[in-house]
Design a binder for this molecule. Structure first.
Ligand code: AMP
Length: 195
């Protein structure tokens, strides 16, 4: 089957993780394309229809959780703001802790921060300096992998804290932007819905 049929693609060899059992076809059908938002030329992938339907939201978290389930991680890292929705739910399913990566100035404790370029504009993100213990295995879950700048910046923060980044899962991967190229080599990357 191809990615267009709704099957997740990974750069991890196939034998390391069983094929996804969650049928993601209804999830793909629920993604709403919004042209020219938030800037001309951007086709925004609106995931709110997946959130507002209980069965679809459950299926979304089923699919995301499958990609992390056998990893042995103890924390899930989520990125401000839509990433929180998915990462926190996956953490709850797996009994893991949840670590927020937030926009600059939002976290109250001592932080590590980084600036990076976006598909549209630029951004600064931060993580609490004590959120991940040295050597702790963590997984990053986010809504969309576009240019990869955000995920690469978050991965850099995790690694700066000494975290062992075991993998990264994106509900939507905009494959044509080749965001994977910016991500750390040798870290498994999972895209549930690839465009
Ligand atoms: P990037 O750093 O380019 O990979 O994009 C990071 C974040 O921007 C994603 O996690 C999304 O929240 C958001 N984003 C970028 N492009 C899009 C898009 N076309 N549709 C929806 N969200 C997007």
């Amino acid at each position: 089957m191809t990615a267009a049929a709704g099957v997740a693609r990974s750069r991890v060899p196939l034998q390391t993780r069983p094929a996804m059992t969650t049928d993601t076809t209804p999830l793909r059908a629920a993604v709403r394309d919004v042209p020219d938002f938030p800037a001309p030329g951007i086709v925004f992938k609106d995931i709110t229809p997946m959130l507002s339907d209980g069965a679809l939201f459950k299926r979304t978290i089923d699919a995301l959780t499958e990609t992390v389930a056998e990893s042995g991680v103890t924390k899930i890292v989520g990125i401000d703001a839509r990433g929180f929705i998915f990462a926190a739910a996956v953490a709850d399913r797996l009994g893991c802790g949840f670590v927020p990566v937030r926009k600059k100035g939002k976290l109250p404790w001592r932080t590590e921060g980084v600036s990076y370029d976006l598909e549209y504009g630029s951004n600064q993100i931060e993580i609490h300096a004590d959120a991940i213990a040295p050597g702790e295995r963590v997984w990053l879950v986010d809504d969309v992998l576009a240019t990869g700048g955000t995920a690469a910046a978050a991965a850099g923060l995790i690694q700066r804290l000494g975290g062992d980044l075991a993998g990264m899962t994106f509900l939507i991967e905009l494959g044509f932007l080749e965001g994977r190229k910016l991500l750390p080599a040798r870290v498994p990357v999972e895209g549930v819905l690839i465009y």
